[in-house]
Design a binder for this molecule. Structure first.
Ligand code: AMP
Ligand code: MG
Length: 408
């Protein structure tokens, strides 16, 4: 076999080429109830004011300020306005009983909360003090004005956005259709938990951990996953798996077998069926990473080492899948935080260190940063993005990428 040297790329270059291939998926209509995690394919423009009318923020009385005096004036109650009622204009010389969320009657210019009033025996109510203008009135349109865009195309919807869409009357929204992803793991050493008990493991066997986190990561990004299981390190089997995976899917995602060893069959198999770009990304963990096409599907090959697979997924595959769906924000918000550790011998490559925030506002480093140590990834709540060759001294401010965002 001829050993072709994969091209060495910076992470930014790799990401740029990858994103250039991510053409937008078509839109579909879904119920607003089902829209959590989906990316909006339209601007949501409000055809109404929210709230629709001025309404009371308190249980109390609607008044005309000019009729109240600081010594406390007793006034008769001319109407009762619960939430959902349509009030009459406020009669001069009277006040109206009003409840939270009820429309403010025409003529009233303030709400006095019931705690600041006294009900007299004859039914009149003494207002203790002159309210400020507009007090406890929630104005029509103070949340949303008619004609405004409340959520823009490219917004990834979450619970609050679902509520906001509903508040302007949208029971359905247009979103990008879910990416369809075929997933398989390569490696003759892999066995499945549940199929082989720990005591029965043959020498050299390991459990397939990548399959578990990759499926969950894909699901969190709104993907429909077709899981093709474990494919043995055999050329024909790899070709067949890729053919099956290409059918009806937008992306084929694999882990392992993308190095250029004799047991790495992904490269020739993808080349046989389509085209492949194999990259050595100048990052740690990570390094081997492949992008290509098989029939109409995108192909992404992740490294087999669990931490490499995890980190390259969150830094490359995640933005790719978000871009397919038209998301406006592809990257997490990085924070600048002090390192409460030192890195005396930095790698030449850009490194993504597994770290955790401590109670003193700084970052602790997981002791073993090896790309096979998945424990580091569970322990961590973020990655430090450290430029190649840069030592870190205790107290240095570093770039922190929160895993909470990278996993969302
Ligand atoms: P590869 O990229 O196929 O050369 O694999 C690199 C390392 O990752 C080897 O030690 C593999 O045993 C390990 N590995 C590959 N795939 C998986 C997987 N699905 N789960 C856990 N470890 C894996
Ligand atoms: Mg392998």
């Amino acid at each position: 076999m001829t050993a072709t040297r994969p091209s060495l790329r910076s992470l930014d270059e790799a990401l740029e080429s990858l994103l250039a291939h991510a053409a937008l998926l078509p839109a579909e209509t879904v119920s607003t109830f089902e829209a959590d995690g989906r990316v909006l394919a339209e601007d949501l423009v409000s055809s109404l004011q929210v709230p629709p009318q001025d309404n009371s923020a308190m249980d109390g009385y609607a008044v005309r300020r000019g009729e109240i005096a600081d010594e406390g004036v007793p006034l008769p109650v001319s109407q009762r306005i619960p939430a959902g009622a349509a009030p009459l204009p406020l009669q001069p010389g009277t006040i109206a009983r009003i409840f939270t969320g009820a429309p403010v009657p025409a003529g009233a210019d303030a709400i006095v909360m019931q705690e600041d009033t006294e009900v007299l025996e004859d039914g009149r109510v003494r207002i203790q003090r002159v309210p400020s203008s507009g007090q406890w009135i929630r104005r029509s349109g103070e949340d949303i004005t008619r004609g405004s865009t409340v959520l823009a195309r490219g917004e990834r919807l979450g619970p609050a956005a679902q509520g906001l869409a509903a508040s302007i009357g949208r029971d359905q929204v247009q979103v990008a259709r879910r990416p369809r992803v075929a997933l398989f793991s390569t490696g003759d050493e892999l066995v499945m938990p549940g199929q082989v008990a720990p005591q029965a493991m043959k020498p050299g066997a390991i459990y397939n951990s990548n399959r578990f986190f990759l499926r969950s990561l894909l699901a969190r990004l709104g993907c429909e996953v077709q899981d093709l299981g474990i494919v043995p390190d055999v050329r024909e089997a790899t070709v067949q798996a890729l053919r099956d995976a290409a059918r009806g899917n937008d992306l084929i995602l694999t882990s392992g077998g993308v190095s250029v060893g004799e047991e790495d069959h992904i490269k020739p198999a993808v080349q046989q069926l389509g085209s492949l770009d194999l990259w050595q990304i100048a990052m740690k963990p990570g390094k081997p990473f492949a992008y290509g096409r098989v029939a109409d599907a995108h192909f992404i090959g992740l490294p087999g080492n669990p931490v490499s697979s995890f980190v390259t997924f969150v830094l490359l595959v995640r933005p790719f899948l978000l871009k397919l769906q038209g998301a406006a924000q592809l990257q997490p918000t990085a924070l600048q935080l002090p390192a409460h550790f030192a890195l005396e011998r930095p790698d030449k490559r850009r490194e993504f260190l597994r770290v955790r925030r401590n109670g003193q506002g700084g970052l602790d480093l997981f002791a073993n940063q090896s790309s096979g140590v998945l424990t580091s990834t569970v322990w961590a709540d973020g990655l430090v993005d450290n430029p190649g060759g840069q030592a870190i001294l205790h107290g240095d401010v570093v770039r922190f990428l929160p895993l909470a965002e990278l996993l969302a």
